[in-house]
Design a protein around this ligand. Structure first.
Ligand code: ATP
Ligand code: MG
Length: 396
C-alpha cells in the first residue's frame, strides 16, 4: 500500500507553490525598502525557548507543540512560531540593536486541521529589535500592511494596546475582578481568569458574552496620547485601522500595541492573515539586555487562499525535432535558448513529431522551435508562433 502524508500536513506544488513564492517575493521587495535583512533559524529548538517566550499558559505551549525527546534525551520541539528563535539568535550572537530581521519558513502546531489551519504552515515575519516609540509602531504596522496592499488584498487592521507593564498589571487585576462575576466561561477560562485573565479575552470557544473593562481606561495620559497619534498617523498613510478593545493575541510576550490584519474574504475563524505587536520584555527574558522590540508574522497559507494573482512566467519555447538523429542538435538549441534568457523545454523520450507538437500545445508553449535536417545543416531553427501559426527561420 502507498504511504500517505500525515494528517494536517500537505504537499504544495505547481501553481499553489508558485503563489507562495510570489507572496514571499512581494513581502521581500517591500521589506527590502524598509532596510530589512533576512535570517534563517533552525526548525528544531529547545522546548524551554517557547515556554519562556510564548508562555506556559498559552494554547500553543499547552496543546499545540510537536515536542519530543531527541536521541540525547533533550526536550525539543518543531518551532510553533518564529519570533522566539530570531530573538534567541539575536542574543546568542551578541547582535547589536537596532536590527531589522525578517524570516520565511514553516511553523508547526498540532491543531485540528481545517481550511486555513494546518499542522505545518508558513510564516513570513519581521522583527524590529531596538525600536521604541509610537512612530516605530506605525512603521511596524505599515511594513505589514503595504505588502498585503501590493497583493491587492481586501483587509482591515484591528489594533489594541496591552499598555505598559504597570497598566497591564492594573488592568489584569480589574479583569480578574470582573471575570470572577461571570458564569458563562469555558473550563479553561475558569482557570485562566485567576492565572492569566488576559487570555480569557482571546478564547476561541463560542458563547462567551462578556463586556470587560477597557484597557485605555488604565493607561496613563502619555500612553493614551501615543496610541491615538499612532492611529491617526496610520490613517494618514491610508491604512484601514479600527480599534478592537478585546484584541489581546495568544502569546504572552506582547506588551503595548498589538494588531491583527483580517481578510474580508475568509471565514471569521481563520480570517486573521497577519498578527503582531510590541514585545519590549522578550529580549531580556531570553537572556539579553533590556531592548524594546516590535514584530509581526503573516500566515502565507491563508494569504494564498485569498490572493488570486496568477503566477507570471516567461513565455515557453518548446523544442521539437523531426527525427531522432537530431536529438543532440535539439538539445544544443534548447541550451542556447536558455542562455538567451528564455524559458525552454523539450522531450527526451522518442516521440513522433506530431506527438511532440501535441505535447508542446498541451503544456502551453507560446513558441515551438522546430529543428529538421535542413535547419541543422544551416545552423538555424524554425520558430512557430502558436497563436498565429506563422513560421520563420532563425539563425543561432
Ligand atoms: P489563530 O487565532 O488563527 O489561531 P494565532 O493567534 O494562533 O492565530 P499567530 O500565532 O499570531 O496566530 O500567527 C500569525 C498568523 O499565522 C496567523 O494570523 C495565521 O494567519 C497564521 N497561522 C497561525 N496558525 C496557523 C495554522 N495552524 N495554519 C495556518 N496558518 C496559521
Ligand atoms: Mg492559533
Amino acid at each position: 500500500m502507498a504511504v500517505k502524508a500525515l494528517r494536517g500536513f500537505r504537499d504544495i506544488y505547481g501553481e499553489d507553490w508558485e503563489k507562495f513564492l510570489r507572496i514571499y517575493e512581494t513581502f521581500r521587495s517591500t521589506l527590502d525598502l524598509f532596510n530589512f535583512t533576512w535570517i534563517e533559524t533552525p526548525i528544531l529548538e529547545r522546548v524551554a525557548l517557547f515556554v519562556r517566550s510564548v508562555g506556559e499558559d498559552t494554547d500553543i505551549v499547552q496543546k499545540q507543540m510537536f515536542a519530543f525527546k531527541d536521541r540525547g534525551g533533550r526536550d525539543v520541539v518543531l518551532r510553533p512560531e518564529g519570533t522566539a528563535g530570531v530573538i534567541r539568535a539575536f542574543v546568542e550572537h551578541g547582535m547589536t540593536p537596532p536590527k531589522r530581521l525578517a524570516y520565511f519558513g514553516p511553523m508547526f502546531r498540532a491543531e485540528r486541521p481545517q481550511r486555513g489551519r494546518y499542522r505545518q504552515f508558513y510564516q513570513i515575519g519581521a522583527e524590529f529589535i531596538g525600536y521604541s516609540g509610537y512612530l516605530a509602531d506605525v512603521e511596524g504596522i505599515l511594513s505589514a500592511y503595504l505588502p498585503l496592499k501590493s497583493l491587492g488584498l481586501n483587509v482591515e487592521v484591528l489594533i489594541n494596546t496591552l499598555g505598559s507593564a504597570e497598566a497591564k498589571r492594573r488592568y489584569s487585576q480589574a479583569l480578574r475582578e470582573y471575570l470572577a462575576g461571570v458564569d458563562d466561561l469555558c473550563e479553561d477560562c475558569k482557570r485562566r481568569r485567576r492565572t492569566n485573565p488576559l487570555r480569557v479575552l482571546d478564547c476561541k470557544v463560542d458563547g462567551h458574552r462578556i463586556s470587560p473593562p477597557d484597557i485605555l481606561d488604565f493607561v496613563d495620559e502619555r500612553e493614551r496620547e501615543n496610541f491615538n497619534r499612532m492611529m491617526e498617523t496610520l490613517r494618514e498613510w491610508g491604512v484601514p485601522v479600527r480599534r478592537d478593545r478585546n484584541l489581546v493575541r495568544g502569546l504572552d510576550y506582547y506588551t503595548g500595541v498589538v494588531f491583527e490584519i483580517k481578510s474580508k474574504d475568509l471565514d471569521a475563524a481563520q480570517s486573521t492573515i497577519l498578527a503582531g505587536g510590541r514585545y519590549d520584555g522578550l529580549v531580556e527574558d531570553l537572556g539579553g539586555k533590556p531592548t524594546p522590540a516590535f514584530g509581526w508574522a503573516a500566515g502565507v497559507d491563508r494569504i494564498a487562499l485569498v490572493y488570486d494573482g496568477r503566477p507570471e512566467r516567461k513565455p515557453l519555447y518548446f523544442v521539437v525535432r523531426t527525427s531522432e538523429e537530431l536529438r543532440e542538435y535539439a538539445f544544443y538549441v534548447l541550451m542556447r535558448l536558455r542562455e538567451e534568457g528564455k524559458r525552454a523545454d523539450m522531450l527526451h523520450e522518442r516521440r513522433s513529431l506530431k506527438a511532440q507538437m501535441r505535447y508542446a500545445h498541451r503544456v502551453g508553449a507560446r513558441w515551438v522551435v522546430i529543428v529538421g535536417e535542413e535547419e541543422y545543416e544551416r545552423g538555424m531553427y524554425r520558430l512557430k508562433d502558436m497563436e498565429t501559426g506563422e513560421e520563420s527561420l532563425v539563425a543561432l
